[in-house]
Design a protein around this ligand. Structure first.
Ligand SMILES: [Zn+2]
Length: 364
């Protein structure tokens, strides 16, 4: 590459985001305002700037307790219909402002029942919010489409119920199912009933696997549960050996993941905060991209990591000298892997993504 892409250039590129948590992407000022309006009194500070910094520091601290505390506050203010609509609308607007044209945003409905909402009311409020945000973005000349993934918590026992919600709302904006939470001690096979139900209903799902926990978690997610994609999946590198001559030797699981084009939802900054990778430069994404795994780039939790999709790409460009062709490759990978019907994916790739990148390359 002749020169490094700037953050501003990357923001203008049409991008696709598959792994982003609704409760990990609130604006700090929104957290403060909803807390005030709903009487939530547990925030560490009411100053939005300080609060934003507190979220990042707590997430960087290396302490799982402090990291989880950040979500207790975001989830804590997302308990009413109005709050859910606002948070979802702002999420769509913020992603559109960052140049995201298609996003799949996930959250766990079961975590938003404290003030008396039902699971259905939670799902409907969030769908309404995304719709509102898409309309506001369109009014500002930005096109974004947001699909929802409903997450079940792996330590809880509601996965079948959440899977049924996915099927019930699949024609009105819910595009798939996910399972999240601490991997160790909570194998995805505990939720086989939900996965088997989804498969019988021809529905899509991804599983958080291979982040903190290694190959057995990835293997279970794929070969027992039948996941379409892997949330993170970074530990697949444990099945790839780098030889002295620079060549690589892959185990059967890594080969399977590459052969079957299993999409990997990689979240570089988040992986560093949780210790799944040591630095961006050392992140397995470099090796996996060069071996042509189906790698996608994602944000995970924008608030906790203080990041955006454009910033994640900017960090990768700096570490691996990526240029427009690489960014387009990651973006087309993500669009191909989205839980949208094939013709709609193709329309976004050919009508939006490829022309967008062609224009940027031409102008550069
Ligand atoms: Zn995640």
């Amino acid at each position: 590459m002749s020169h490094q892409l700037t953050l501003d250039q990357i923001r203008r590129a049409p991008k696709v985001l598959l792994h982003d948590h609704l409760d990990g992407g609130l604006r700090p000022e929104t957290v403060v305002e909803i807390a005030d309006a709903t009487g939530y009194s547990a925030l560490p500070t009411k100053d939005p700037v300080e609060l934003g910094q507190w979220f990042r520091d707590a997430s960087d601290s290396g302490s799982l307790e402090r990291y989880l505390e950040t979500f207790s506050h975001t989830v804590g203010v997302m308990q009413t219909r109005e709050a859910l609509i606002r948070v979802a609308a702002e999420c769509a607007e913020d992603l559109a402002a960052d140049g995201v044209v298609y996003a799949e945003v996930r959250y766990a409905p079961e975590q938003h029942l404290e003030a008396g909402l039902t699971l259905e009311q939670v799902v409907e409020a969030v769908l309404e919010g995304f719709q509102l945000g898409q309309e506001r973005a369109a009014a500002q000349g930005r096109t974004i489409r947001v699909g929802t993934l409903l997450t079940a918590m792996r330590h809880a026992a509601r996965s079948r119920e959440i899977a049924e919600l996915v099927v019930r709302y699949r024609d009105v904006g819910v595009v798939g199912f996910d399972i999240a939470g601490a991997e160790a001690g909570h194998p995805p096979t505990r939720h086989l009933d939900a996965f088997e139900y989804l498969r019988r209903e021809n529905a899509h799902f991804t599983i958080h696997a291979g982040e903190a926990f290694g190959l057995p978690s990835i293997w279970e997610a794929l070969q027992w549960c039948g996941a379409d994609r892997l949330g993170h999946g970074v530990r697949i590198v444990d099945d790839i050996e780098r030889m002295a001559d620079g060549q690589t030797r892959m185990g059967r699981l890594a080969r399977y993941v590459r052969d079957k084009r299993v999409p990997l939802e990689m979240c570089p900054s988040s992986n560093i905060q949780t210790g799944a990778a040591t630095s961006i430069a050392e992140h397995p994404i470099g090796m996996l991209r060069s071996l042509r795994f189906r790698v996608t780039v994602n944000t995970d939790n924008r608030l906790q990591s203080g990041t955006t999709l454009s910033e994640e790409f900017a960090r990768l460009c700096q570490a691996f000298d990526y240029g427009w062709d690489d960014l387009e490759w990651f973006t087309v990978n993500a669009m191909k892997s989205a839980f949208l019907p094939f013709d709609e994916r193709l329309a976004l790739i050919n009508g939006h993504i490829k022309p967008g990148f062609a224009q940027l390359k031409w102008a550069d």
